[in-house]
Structures are given as C-alpha cells and as structure tokens.
Design a protein around this ligand. Structure first.
Ligand SMILES: [Zn+2]
Length: 147
C-alpha cells in the first residue's frame, strides 16, 4: 500500500478525521512554517519547543520538524521521510484514537525496554531503523524474571 491511491486516501482520511487540522493548528500556534512535502504530506519547519526530543514528529498529514523542509526532503533523509509518512498513514486509519493508542504503546515500550520506540507497535510498523531507533534492545530485568 504505497502507491498514489493510498497517498490520496491518506490525505483525504487525515483531513476528514481532523488530525491534519490538529497538526496545522499546532503549526500555526507555534509559528512553524508550512511547506509542501511529498505524496500529500505537509512539512512544518522550524519547530522550536524542546519537546518532543526528536528531529521530527507527525500529526495527521503534517510532519513537524526542527529543521527545514529542504532538509527533510533531501534524498539522504528519504528513509526518515518514509517513516514519518507511515505515521500519517496510521493517523488515516485511527484518527484521533492514534494519540491514546500511541502513548500506550510508548509506555509499554518504555517499561519493557527503556526506549519509547523499540517495542512500540507504531514505531515498529513505521520502521525502527528508518526512524533512527535501535532494532532491538534487551528486555528490562523485571521482564526477564518472567521468562
Ligand atoms: Zn516514528
């Protein structure tokens, strides 16, 4: 599911379910600049707040980055762009339910590995490597006791 029909569906669904609107509102409130991305995703560049501690994060079909749109659209970042675009696809399917589901997945990953991503289904599905996460981490000691 990576062809044009999916890109259009993703754009339409994230617009309809309000998550792209939330991303645009967030960009507006924080005065990040909206630029055209690729395959229907938008890029909001110049995020200045300290949280989250990542170079990019995605809200609906809006990828918000601390860097510039050119930086993210550079071919060296194509894996990262693909990773963030897959999150947009997750928003297309889940709508606002993405947020509680994502935070639950973060919590689970954190208590089991100490990383927000490694056992987070959303990050695994978007591609751990592409998102800059390690592919695997040893389970924490409390979890090892159950094995
Ligand atoms: Zn991610």
């Amino acid at each position: 599911m990576a062809g044009r029909p999916w890109h259009v569906a993703r754009t339409v669904l994230t617009a309809a379910n309000g998550t792209t609107g939330a991303g645009l509102l967030l960009a507006l409130l924080t005065r990040t600049r909206i630029r055209r991305g690729r395959h229907g995703v938008l890029i909001a560049e110049g995020w200045r707040l300290r949280m989250p501690p990542a170079s990019c994060f995605t809200v609906g079909s809006v990828i918000i980055t601390r860097r510039s749109a050119e930086w993210l659209l550079h071919e060296q970042r194509s894996a990262l762009l693909a990773h963030e675009s897959r999150h947009a696809g997750q928003y297309a399917v889940l709508g606002p339910l993405f947020w509680p589901a994502y935070w639950l997945a973060c919590g689970w990953s954190y208590v089991t590995t100490g990383s927000f991503g490694v056992r987070n289904w959303f990050e695994r599905h978007a591609g751990l490597n592409d998102g800059g996460y390690p592919e695997e981490l040893p389970p924490r000691p409390w979890l090892r006791r159950f094995r």
